[in-house]
Design a protein around this ligand. Structure first.
Ligand code: S3P
Length: 190
């Protein structure tokens, strides 16, 4: 996905801001555009945006890559779960857009917490091969992006979890602003 040249998403007006006082969580595999679309969606709606991975890094004082390298995935998942619980407590049902890391919604405990919070969950989708390519081009380095074969297998194992989201949006061949506008429109927020 690319950013439309010169695109400046228009901010939502007051009516829009009060339209749906519940958080929107963007889920999907690595490279799906959860952070970039989330930022654009936040701008479009005039809602705050947060990336859960950034909260994990701030709480732990280490980059995700380092948490994986020094402490392993189980420790990352613990940190992720705690960061999510903290975020949900702070959000307390208020309007905001949250991008989750690719593995967060796959953890049953996290999915249950999100569902109990009443948040809207949106699955940003794409083919495994396209997502692999997007990750190759962009930042950050992803500890779980190994071979294409492994990437495809992990994607296939996780996809049924993402499909539990209330809304499913295809991202292939679309720019970031188009996907953000599609999410807002399908949620009746625009
Ligand atoms: C992960 C995805 C990453 C990050 C961590 C683990 C995963 O986030 O949370 O490297 O398990 O798929 P992105 O989906 O934003 O790359």
């Amino acid at each position: 996905m690319t950013r439309r040249p010169g695109a400046q998403p228009d901010a939502g007006g007051p009516a829009l801001r009060s339209a749906g006082a519940r958080p929107i969580f963007l889920v999907g595999f690595m490279g799906a555009g959860k952070s970039t679309v989330g930022q654009a969606l936040g701008n479009l709606l005039g809602w705050p945006f947060e990336d859960l991975d950034n909260r994990v890094e701030a709480r732990e004082g280490r980059a995700i890559e380092r948490i994986f390298a020094e402490s392993g995935e189980p420790e990352f998942r613990r940190a992720e779960r705690e960061a999510l619980a903290e975020l949900l407590a702070e959000a307390d049902g208020s309007s905001r857009v949250v991008a989750l890391g690719g593995g967060a919604f796959v953890q049953a405990e996290n999915a249950a917490l999100i569902s109990q919070s009443g948040a809207l969950v949106v699955f940003l989708d794409g083919t495994a091969d396209e997502l692999y390519e997007r990750c190759r081009q962009g930042q950050p380095e992803r500890p779980l992006r190994r071979s294409l074969e492994h990437f495809r297998q992990l994607y296939a194992a996780r996809r049924p979890h993402y499909l539990k989201a209330a809304l499913h949006v295809e991202t292939g061949g679309k720019d970031i602003e188009t996907v953000a506008a599609e999410v807002a429109s399908k949620l009746g927020l625009r």
